[in-house]
Design a protein around this ligand. Structure first.
Ligand SMILES: CC(C)(COP(=O)(O)OP(=O)(O)OC[C@H]1O[C@@H](n2cnc3c(N)ncnc32)[C@H](O)[C@@H]1OP(=O)(O)O)[C@@H](O)C(=O)NCCC(=O)NCCS
Length: 145
């Protein structure tokens, strides 16, 4: 069931431990910890909390000129499939409404691909051997305004 009340705010350095725990436990290809720290410091990481103030997921972005790059998005296992990532994406879309949005995703990450396609992102191209550990192609998706 979708969660009724989702609040989104910028992450602070004091949130790092919780965000890193979600990162390490929700995916077998987590985001690099130093890059998460970096996004928090740049005020480019946003998190979703429920009515009990529990952190359910987060999104890290990079702001460019009229372009937002989604660096990573993840939801804690206990809150998956309840609209958390969708809310985080929609928050970024509204906050940066004059920007297009791009991201790369591992070719094998079918859950994330389903998410992006459900958000009306469009497949652009493939970047060969983009990822390491394990080596894998990336699919590039774009959201047009
Ligand atoms: C992919 C991921 C971010 C989705 O987060 P989520 O909060 O569970 O997604 P949402 O509940 O907002 O899902 C929105 C839509 O995405 C699609 N979707 C999400 N998870 C899916 C799954 N496991 N299987 C099929 N479709 C899925 C569905 O269309 C879903 O809508 P629906 O539930 O009404 O059918 C989550 O599984 C995750 O954290 N994965 C590990 C980290 C990761 O791979 N991040 C992407 C890095 S590029």
């Amino acid at each position: 069931m979708a969660i009724n009340q989702i609040t989104i705010r910028a992450a602070n350095p004091s949130d790092f431990e919780t965000l890193e725990l979600i990162n390490q436990t929700s995916s077998n290809t987590p985001y690099q910890s130093f890059a998460l720290t970096n996004a928090i410091e740049k005020q480019s990481c946003f998190l979703a909390i429920n009515s009990d103030n529990k952190i359910m997921g987060w999104i890290a972005i990079q702001k460019g000129f009229e372009l937002i790059d989604i660096l990573y998005i993840t939801t804690a296992n206990e809150f998956k499939r309840r609209g958390v990532s969708k809310s985080l994406f929609n928050y970024v879309r509204k906050e940066f409404k004059n920007s297009e949005i791009m991201l790369e995703v591992r070719k094998s990450n079918l859950k994330a691909i389903k998410l992006y396609e459900s958000l009306h992102m469009v497949f652009l191209n493939t970047r060969k051997k983009y990822y390491q550990n394990p080596n894998e192609d990336a699919l590039v998706y774009k959201y047009y305004i």
